[in-house]
Design a protein around this ligand. Structure first.
Ligand SMILES: [Zn+2]
Ligand SMILES: [Zn+2]
Ligand SMILES: [Zn+2]
Length: 88
């Protein structure tokens, strides 16, 4: 298992494209937690949510890095290397 991430150059933004999960808002459904794609600013819901749209976004786009945008949380995650960051 890798312990380092080689995708840090994919970080292009910390800006959110939407306030809530983009797909859930379109479907009119709720979510548990929100994750932000650091490459394109896509906001998706976590794997505890019905939609799992953050993971779905990674599968569709190959954007490897996301971070939590829950209040008080700043950790990040690389979907490819399965590495957790304390701060991203
Ligand atoms: Zn990585
Ligand atoms: Zn969602
Ligand atoms: Zn993205």
């Amino acid at each position: 298992m890798n312990t380092t991430c080689t995708h840090l150059d994919q970080i292009k933004t910390h800006g959110k494209r939407t306030e809530g999960c983009e797909e859930c808002e379109a479907l009119g459904q709720g979510w548990v937690h929100l994750r932000l794609c650091l490459t394109c600013g896509h906001v998706g819901c976590c794997d505890d949510s019905e939609g799992k749209h953050a993971t779905a976004h990674f599968k569709a786009s190959n954007h490897a890095l996301m971070k939590s945008i829950e209040p008080g949380e700043s950790w990040g995650w690389c979907f490819v290397d399965k590495v957790m960051f304390q701060r991203l």
